[in-house]
Design a protein around this ligand. Structure first.
Ligand code: ATP
Ligand code: MG
Length: 253
C-alpha cells in the first residue's frame, strides 16, 4: 500500500478552484518533487494534506487510513510533518526552543525534547546558533530550523515547501546534502515543492507537475523536463535549451 494516496482531491476558495481532481500516490521511501508556476496550487495541496484546509472534494489516505479533514495536530501525530513556505518564527523562541515545539508532539518531557532538539541542531549545522532568536537568523538558517522543528515530530512523511527559496548556490548545495541526509539516514519519505530546478532534478525520484490546480504531468525528472506540455506551462524554452546544452545554465526558473 502507498504511504500517501490522494484521490480526486479538489479545493475551492469561494469562486476560485485552487486544486482540481488531483490523484497521485507516494510510496514509502520515495522522494517526490512537486513543481509548477506561481499560483498553480502547490501550497494549497500541502495545506490540504497537512490538515490546514479541509478539501472540498476527494479523499486523502495516509497509512491506509482516511484522514480527509483531519486537523494539523492529528496529521502530525500520525506522522505527517510540513515546513511553511513563509517561515513565521514562533514568538521570541530561540533555535532550540523552536525545535523543542516539534519534540513535544512525541514527549511531554522538556528534558527529552531538549535533548532531541540539541541532537538535531547538531546534525543540521545549527549548534552554534542554538541560543539565537529564530527571527534574527539569515534565511538559510531559518529554513534549517523549520526543517528541524518538523523532524522533531518524528515524521514518516515530510512536506517541504520551497526550502531552497532565497538561498545562494552554495547554500543550495548544502540544502541538497541535508535533504539527502534526512531521506537516507532518518529514513523519511519526502514530498517537496521547489522552484529551484537543480534541487528538484537532483533529488526527486519522480516529479509531479501542477498547472492551474491540475496535475498535468507525472514521471521521472528527465522525462518530465522534456515534456512539451511542462515546458510550455512552466519550465520554458530557455530551460529546455539549457538541458540540451544549447545555452548555459542558471539555478532557478
Ligand atoms: N487561503 C486562501 N484563500 C483564498 N485563496 C487562496 C488561499 N490560499 C491560496 N489561494 C489561492 O489559490 C491559488 C493557488 O495558490 P497556492 O499558494 O497554492 O499556489 P502555489 O502553487 O503554492 O504558488 P507559489 O509557487 O507562488 O507559492 C492562488 O490563486 C491563491 O491566491
Ligand atoms: Mg506556494
Amino acid at each position: 500500500m502507498a504511504l500517501l494516496d490522494v484521490q480526486h482531491l479538489g479545493m475551492r476558495f469561494g469562486g476560485l478552484q485552487a486544486n482540481v481532481n488531483i490523484s497521485f500516490q507516494v510510496e514509502r521511501g520515495e522522494m517526490v518533487g512537486l513543481i509548477g508556476p506561481n499560483g498553480a496550487g502547490k501550497s494549497t495541496l500541502f495545506n490540504c494534506l497537512a490538515g490546514v484546509h479541509n478539501p472540498t472534494e476527494g479523499r486523502i489516505l495516509f497509512k491506509d487510513r482516511d484522514v480527509t479533514g483531519s486537523r494539523p495536530y492529528a496529521m502530525a501525530r500520525m506522522g505527517l510533518a510540513r515546513t511553511f513556505q513563509v517561515y513565521v518564527a514562533t514568538g521570541d523562541l530561540n533555535v532550540i526552543e523552536n525545535i523543542m515545539v516539534g519534540g513535544f508532539m512525541r514527549s511531554r518531557s522538556p528534558r527529552v525534547s531538549r535533548e532531541k532538539a540539541e541532537s538535531l541542531a547538531d546534525k543540521m549545522n545549527l549548534a552554534g546558533l542554538a541560543q539565537e532568536r529564530v527571527a534574527n537568523l539569515p534565511v538559510a538558517a531559518q529554513k534549517r530550523v523549520t526543517m528541524a522543528t518538523a523532524l522533531a515530530t518524528a515524521p514518516d512523511l515530510l512536506l517541504l515547501d520551497e526550502v531552497a527559496a532565497g538561498l545562494n548556490p552554495s547554500e543550495i548545495e548544502q540544502m541538497i546534502d541535508l535533504i539527502r541526509w534526512v531521506h537516507h539516514d532518518l529514513k523519511v519519505t519526502i514530498l517537496l515543492i521547489e522552484h529551484v530546478m537543480e534541487l528538484v532534478m537532483k533529488l526527486s525520484h519522480r516529479v509531479l507537475v501542477l498547472d492551474s490546480g491540475r496535475l498535468i504531468a507525472e514521471g521521472e525528472p528527465a522525462a518530465v523536463s522534456r515534456s512539451p506540455e511542462v515546458i510550455k506551462a512552466y519550465l520554458g524554452e530557455r530551460y529546455a535549451a539549457e538541458q540540451r546544452g544549447d545555452i548555459g545554465p542558471r539555478t532557478s526558473v
